[in-house]
Design a protein around this ligand. Structure first.
Ligand code: 5GP
Length: 120
């Protein structure tokens, strides 16, 4: 799938759409999810144009990958999520119901998050 430069997270990165930012560095932007599923629900996105984890892991530079995952850890710490624990999740493609085609990870924290996958 080709990257769509008009996807909603691309617009947030360009500043065309506002977000509730919690962290930014050279590699990543983190902001609160508009429809939170937990008391803490933050999205972390790389600054480069990658559709999914598959695209990111295959095509991003080592610097982008290291910078991004360090940012994810920093965000979790800054959100106070380490002590109680948190879930780190990335939806990729159709079966995972990925809605926004710009690679992102969710960080959920602040309550018991239950089992890993809900059965249909
Ligand atoms: P996905 O299913 O792609 O992993 O999740 C996309 C997430 O992006 C959803 O949790 C949804 O609530 C969130 N989201 C969609 N549009 C916006 C937006 O414009 N702003 C913010 N902050 N979150 C959004």
């Amino acid at each position: 799938m080709a990257y769509d430069p008009e996807n909603i997270f691309a617009k947030i990165l360009k500043g065309d759409i506002p977000c509730d930012k919690v962290f930014e560095d050279d590699w990543a932007l983190a902001f609160k999810d508009i429809n939170p599923q937990a008391p803490t629900h933050v999205l972390v996105i790389p600054k480069g144009p990658y559709v999914s984890l598959d695209d990111f892991s295959d095509n991003a530079t080592d610097g982008e990958i290291a910078g991004f995952f360090r940012a994810v850890g920093t965000v979790a710490r800054e959100q106070g999520a380490v002590e109680g624990g948190y879930r780190f999740l990335a939806n990729n493609g159709r079966d995972a119901h990925q809605e926004v085609p710009h690679f992102h990870v969710h960080i959920f924290a602040g309550r018991d998050l239950g089992g890993m996958i809900k059965r249909p």
